[in-house]
Ligand binder design. Structure first.
Ligand SMILES: [Zn+2]
Length: 210
C-alpha cells in the first residue's frame, strides 16, 4: 500500500486502519516512522504503552517522561521516554493539546472497586492480549499514557477523569526515535466520562518518509 497522503498524514503509508471501540492494536514501528492516532469522533481515550522493540525491558517510564517535560500534560515537542532515559517517541504534532499521564488504564478489578460492576471489558485486558503476541505479559504492563483523556489536577491536589477536550478528527503524530513497539487499547470504558460514556472508533496511520 502506498499513498502520498492519508488522513492528512504525509509520506508512504504502511498501515491505515480504523480500530473499533474496545479493540486493541500493536505494531513494531521502525525508527523514523510516524504513527498518527486520530480521534475520529472526539472524546475517546486511547490507552498507550511503548517499548524498545529490540529489548522490551526498556519501556515507557511515566515519571521520567513527566519530569523531563516538566509538566504532566504532554503535547507537541515532548519526548516519550524510557526507563533508560532515552526517547522512544516524540510527539511531533498534536491538534488536541490535552492528554493524560497519571490516570493509568481501566481494569475489570478497578471497575468493580469503583463502580460495583463485574467482568467489564478493559484496557488492561486489551494490553494483555496485544502484548501476548510479542511474548510479553502482566509484568510488562507499566503506568501508561492516555491520549485524548482529560485528567486535570486542582491546586489542592484533587484529580479526576472529566470530559475529554478532543474534537472529531483531532490527532497526535508520534515519531519513533528507535525501533519501538507501540501498543494501543481503544478504551471500552462506559462508567466514567473518559469516552463521553460512548466509546467510539479511532484511526491509526503509520507512515514513513521516502
Ligand atoms: Zn480503558
Amino acid at each position: 500500500m502506498s499513498s502520498r497522503t492519508a488522513g492528512g498524514a504525509t509520506g508512504r503509508v504502511l498501515e491505515d486502519r480504523v480500530v473499533p471501540p474496545g479493540e486493541w492494536w500493536a505494531r513494531a514501528l521502525r525508527r523514523g516512522q510516524t504513527l498518527r492516532i486520530v480521534d475520529l469522533e472526539g472524546r475517546q481515550a486511547v490507552d498507550f504503552l511503548c517499548y524498545n522493540a529490540e529489548n522490551p525491558e526498556e519501556r515507557y517510564n511515566a515519571a521520567d517522561t513527566m519530569k523531563f517535560a516538566k509538566t504532566i500534560f504532554l503535547t507537541r515537542g515532548h519526548g516519550i521516554y524510557s526507563n533508560l532515559g532515552r526517547r522512544l517517541l516524540t510527539i511531533v504534532e498534536d491538534t488536541c493539546g490535552r492528554h493524560d499521564t497519571i490516570g493509568g488504564c481501566c481494569s475489570a478489578e478497578s471497575n468493580e472497586f469503583r463502580y460495583g460492576v463485574k467482568d467489564t471489558p478493559s484496557c488492561r485486558a486489551n494490553f494483555l492480549r496485544a502484548l501476548a503476541g510479542f511474548g510479553l505479559g502482566p509484568k510488562d504492563i507499566v503506568a501508561n499514557l492516555n491520549f485524548f483523556m482529560n485528567v486535570p489536577v486542582a491546586p489542592d491536589g484533587t484529580m479526576g477523569i472529566v470530559d475529554g477536550l478532543s474534537k472529531p478528527g483531532d490527532y497526535v503524530d508520534l515519531r519513533a526515535e528507535m525501533d519501538a513497539l507501540a501498543v494501543i487499547s481503544n478504551c471500552p470504558q462506559v462508567h466514567n466520562p473518559c469516552n463521553g460514556f460512548n466509546p467510539t472508533p479511532i484511526r491509526l496511520i503509520v507512515t514513513e518518509s521516502d
